[in-house]
Design a protein around this ligand. Sequence first.
Ligand code: PLP
Length: 241
Amino acid sequence: MVNRKQGVPDLPENAAERLDIIKTRIERARRRFGAPPEQVELIAVSKTFSADEIRPFLIAGQRLFGENRVQEVKAKWPELRALYDGIELHLIGPLQTNKAREAVETFDVIQTVDRDKLAGVLRTEFDRAGKSLPVYVQVNIGLELQKAGIPPAETVAFVERCRAVHGLDVVGLMCIPPDGLPPGGFFAQLATLGRAAGVANLSMGMSGDFETAIAMGATHVRVGSALFGHRPKAPAADMTP
Ligand SMILES: *Cc1c(COP(=O)(O)O)cnc(C)c1O
């Protein structure tokens, strides 16, 4: 039985099996569409799930995770990082400038850069911390009022400013298409913007639509509920700060 909206089947008990099913679907989609990318990375979205619920996925070999709240990550990931090497945490939720310092300390990749003020504050915090994290620019691909992200028409110029003015290492674009509309056209548009902006990565596709995203060139898919099960109550991940 599959919940169509979220693409959550009755999940096997075991984290290794769940990972295996999703990775098989990713690989099948990648081959079926025969286009680039050569590889699609699975970002396991573990927001709202506890360290105990995440640990089986680490044991099964997963290392790439997505989270959307700085405070939540500070509470649950230090113990996991102490136990497992090679963990890579991506921030996939909106970032307020007053949390930028903590985000730079806590995450490995920031996927939600969407305005000059934030880009400038991140530059300052990278310099202060003596490091520079790879970032993605988030695009408000459906031009939705309630969603974060730079408008599509401003994306290429914004990526250029992030690089030239703010000195950021922009490695990709990220988007969340509107609910209730076929996502394929939005993913294709992000791919076009990615080529125009000269970025290598496209972070797009969630539990319900990651195969469509791969068909359109996703290099990173962000899968939560199809791995971890339904979230108790969905946090407002899409809301502008
Ligand atoms: C929660 C979330 C996901 C995962 O969504 P699922 O439908 O559970 O796979 C992906 N991307 C972002 C930005 C999210 O906030």
